[in-house]
Design a protein around this ligand. Structure first.
Ligand code: ACO
Length: 402
């Protein structure tokens, strides 16, 4: 048995906190979460008010600069973003390097990282102006890149951005327009899309944001940092849960099969978890899930989809779980991913696009957090310690003697 006291001197004391459940890695003025009350604020504004009254680009401004913009500031910001929505024609070659049916998240990680090979005038982290241009470029181009990754994965030609449309409408246009067929974005669907973007815009020090901060703490350029965040988001315990959740709801299929899945989720010997349920910080309803549930009802109504079996399963599953002792005692409530997939599916997105949509929405949060960190005079490279539990010191043995 390893005697740790022999290895670590008295002075070498640090906190052992796997999963960082009780470690604050930074101070921040951006986002506040009260997990017990189920509250979420961006720069002090409750998420419900922003989802109802604001729009995604205004929320981007708020997250980036700390205050809501005046009308003039908003106009200028919109212009700055729309000016950067196109990607360089040469970047199309990056997409062509991927297999024709590549998952859009794989493409997104690669292409966003590769932006550092293109935009040399916005990779100097020490220059505030370059940081600003990089931020605008990322916010402007992420929808274009995500839509291109989607088009590529289904073998359709890329659709160029339309700067006369707003941010969400333009994204729908780039995803769903096809040559020689008129496509008109439904403003109500664009509004629902915009709300999904807003609800995902930031969420303080979650795994992907912490990844962006950690990558950025070494001085890595912003495109590399955001690519790192996208990679982290992909996992099913994080942003990948929206895809996994819809696949689970489809697999359950009918309301009568719910008890079987609830039993599986409660079984300690079964690794199955109810996707879209539970959260590290929320020990109450995720406020984003509440707004998302209302949106799901609105969008299905708008599209004339009645008695949607997936929504029926979701609502019944939520009801049963919220009355079940296991979920109640562990404070497991639906999270943001529980209802978002239903809306996205109704809009026509395949499940493989759910996490890319999360990534493009979260880009502004990642950038705001990255900028806050870089501007902080206390900023230093992130370097967690470990508790070594390996072998004691031993001498090398020649291979012939082993
Ligand atoms: N279904 C069944 N049981 C669950 C679930 C679930 N979805 N989530 C947690 N539990 C149980 C665990 O088995 C554990 O039980 P135990 O105390 O008997 O061992 C207990 O609840 C606590 O779970 P942890 O994994 O320790 O909690 P943690 O804070 O580390 O995990 C997480 C949070 C990853 C979100 C977890 O709830 C989960 O895996 N949920 C499903 C995936 C998901 O929806 N992820 C999206 C999160 S939101 C987002 O990233 C945008």
């Amino acid at each position: 048995v390893l005697d740790i006291r022999k290895l670590y001197g008295q002075a070498d004391v640090f906190t052992y906190d796997p999963g960082f459940t009780s470690t604050a890695s930074c101070d921040s003025t951006i986002t506040f979460i009260d997990g017990d009350k189920g509250e979420l604020w961006y720069r002090g504004y409750p998420i419900e008010q922003l989802a109802d009254k604001s729009n995604y680009l205004e929320v981007c401004y708020l997250l980036l600069y700390g205050e809501l913009p005046s009308a003039e500031q908003m106009k200028d910001f919109e212009l700055r973003v729309t000016r950067h929505t196109m990607v360089h024609e040469q970047m199309h070659n990056f997409f062509r390097g991927f297999r024709r049916d590549a998952h859009p998240m794989a493409t997104l990680v690669g292409v966003v990282g590769a932006m550092s090979a293109f935009y040399h005038d916005s990779t100097d982290v020490a220059d505030p102006e370059q940081r600003e241009i990089a931020s605008i470029r990322l916010i402007a181009k992420l929808p274009t890149i995500a839509a291109m990754a989607y088009k590529y994965s289904i073998g359709q030609p890329f659709v160029y951005p339309r700067n006369d449309l707003d941010y969400a409408a333009n994204f729908l246009h780039m995803c769903f327009a096809v040559p020689a067929e008129p496509y008109k974005v439904d403003p109500a669907l664009a509004r629902a899309m915009d709300r999904i973007f807003t609800l995902h815009a930031d969420h303080e020090q979650n795994a992907s944001t912490s990844t962006v901060r950690l990558a950025g703490s070494s001085g890595a350029n912003p495109f590399a940092c955001i690519a790192a965040g996208i990679a982290c988001l992909w996992g099913p315990a994080h942003g990948g849960a929206n895809q996994a959740c819809l696949e689970m709801l489809r697999e359950i299929g009918t309301v009568d099969r719910i008890p079987e899945y609830i039993a599986k989720a409660k079984d300690k010997d079964d690794p199955f978890r109810l996707m879209g349920f539970g959260h590290r910080v929320y020990k109450n309803f995720d406020p984003r899930a509440k707004v998302m549930k209302e949106s799901a009802d609105e969008v299905l109504e708008l599209l004339g989809i009645h008695n949607n079996p997936t929504l029926q399963v979701a609502k019944e599953l939520e009801k049963i779980a919220l009355e079940d002792e296991y979920f109640v005692s562990k404070k497991l409530y639906p999270n943001v991913d529980f209802y978002s997939g239903i809306i996205l599916e109704a809009m026509g997105f395949p499940t493989s696009m759910f996490t890319p949509i999360f990534a493009l929405s979260r880009t502004v949060g990642w950038i705001s957090q990255w900028k806050e960190m870089i501007a902080d005079p206390q900023n230093k490279i992130g370097r967690p310690r470990q508790l070594y539990v390996g072998s004691e010191r031993r001498d090398y043995q020649d291979i012939a003697k082993r």
